[in-house]
Write a protein that binds this ligand. Structure first.
Ligand SMILES: Nc1nc2c(ncn2[C@@H]2O[C@H](COP(=O)(O)OP(=O)(O)O)[C@@H](O)[C@H]2O)c(=O)[nH]1
Ligand SMILES: [Mg+2]
Length: 387
């Protein structure tokens, strides 16, 4: 069914009330936007590890798909909406849907004519704001993989301008929207989700502080705390994030998992510690895709391997297995990865000279790890008490 400008909800299978079986008190992330803008693809690729090319065969969504995402500090529910239904219609309890929402993500297909999408965005944002003023509104200008850099910037400027004009005309300029240029074929979607999800992590300021202390005491230039499975970074130190360092660090997770799958995890070593070190890892020059800044899709099956690895860890009770690994870059930097626990890894970027003192770094990392574990246990306790 094409979206024809009228907001309809006359299809029998989609007029069912929102099913309550999965409703919980977790913060919600809603994925909204016109049909075929890429909502289900985003959910599958980021949280289900589906290879981007497989999204070509996704069927159209006909009812709200809810998925629980519960891992370490990330704890929310993501709702994928069918694009053709108006959930502000009287048939739906909009209080029920939008009452406890953390973030509303609106996806716009940038490869298509987006005028209709902008109307719908305006309608969605203003209606949702009426129900709940605490929602953060995030706009993904999506499928930008087909666009030139200049065109991307122009599109973002145009979308932003038209929305702020429309909101100003309606005297609603206090509604704040954040815009991201995204594609499931590169890192941009993970970067956007990292930023969106960080806004929902209550412990973020504490984690950032811990990372700042770690960096300044260990001469680390940049440190990211990653959720291993989604490759979303849940916190970083306060030095500016540049896309390149983020890409390197997130690629490192793939590289390590691939190596671990080939050579096996050495978690049975005497110290109970896995160490994969690439001594002459001229990682950058080996991989031409980095040198021209053109990124190929995320490895297709590393997600499945990672899932398997997590399962293995669980089965074998290696909850304390601590992987660490090191990649030397040919520009004199090193990437150093340490596992905080099964779900979290710390990846640091630092000068090779500073890595000489790596006993100090390891000691500081132990302190960091203990602190993170404590923060996590504390918030878990508080959470269960509040229930
Ligand atoms: N080129 C490109 N295509 C995408 C991207 N994301 C999704 N698609 C494609 O867009 C189509 C519609 O996706 P779908 O997730 O079903 O859209 P939905 O109706 O919003 O859930 C699919 O064929 C996807 O492969 C992207 O980042 N770039
Ligand atoms: Mg869909």
């Amino acid at each position: 069914m094409e979206y024809d400008g009228t907001l309809t909800n006359n299809e029998s299978e989609i007029t069912e009330p929102v099913d309550d079986t999965l409703t919980s008190d977790k913060p919600r992330i809603l994925l909204m936007g016109l049909q075929r803008s890429g909502k289900s693809s985003i959910q599958r690729v980021v949280f289900g590890k589906m290879p981007p090319n497989d999204t070509l065969y996704l069927e159209s969504t006909t009812k709200i798909q809810k998925e629980d995402v519960t891992r370490s500090f990330i704890d929310f529910q993501i709702w994928d909406f069918p694009g053709q239904v108006n959930f502000f219609d009287m048939a739906y309890d909009s209080q029920e849907i939008f009452g406890s929402v953390g973030a509303l993500i609106f996806v716009i297909d940038a490869q298509d004519d987006y005028s209709e999408a902008l109307h719908r965005l305006f309608y969605t944002v203003t209606s949702a704001y009426r129900v709940n003023q605490n929602i953060t509104f995030e706009v993904l200008i999506h499928k930008v993989d087909g666009l030139s850099d200049d065109y991307k910037i122009d599109t973002q400027r145009d979308v932003q301008q038209r929305m702020s004009d429309a909101l100003a005309d309606a005297q609603l300029e206090h509604i704040h929207l954040t815009y991201y240029l995204t594609s499931i074929y590169d890192h941009s979607i993970y970067e956007a989700f990292s930023k969106i999800i960080q806004k929902l992590i209550r412990e973020l300021p504490t984690l950032e502080n811990l990372l700042n202390v770690l960096c300044s005491n260990s001469s680390i230039d940049k440190a990211y705390l990653f959720d291993t499975l989604t490759k979303i970074y849940i916190a970083t130190d306060s030095s500016p994030v540049d896309m390149q360092s983020y890409e390197l660090c997130s690629d490192m997770i793939d590289v390590i998992i691939d190596i671990e799958c080939i050579y096996g995890a050495q978690s049975a070593s005497p110290e109970g510690r896995l160490s994969i070190t690439e001594e002459n890892g001229d990682y950058l020059s080996d991989e031409p895709r980095h040198s021209n800044g053109d990124l190929s899709p995320v490895e297709s099956d590393s997600g499945a391997r990672l899932q398997q690895r997590l399962l293995d860890h669980q089965k074998n009770g290696h909850t304390e297995a601590e992987a660490s690994s090191l990649i030397k870059l040919d520009n004199g930097d090193v990437l150093y990865m340490r596992e905080v626990n099964r779900l979290l890894v710390l990846i640091c970027l630092l000068r090779q000279d500073n890595f000489e003192k790596h006993g100090l770094i390891d000691y500081n990392f132990q302190c960091f790890k203990e602190a993170v574990t404590e923060v996590f246990d504390f918030s878990q306790r508080r959470h269960t008490q509040n229930r």
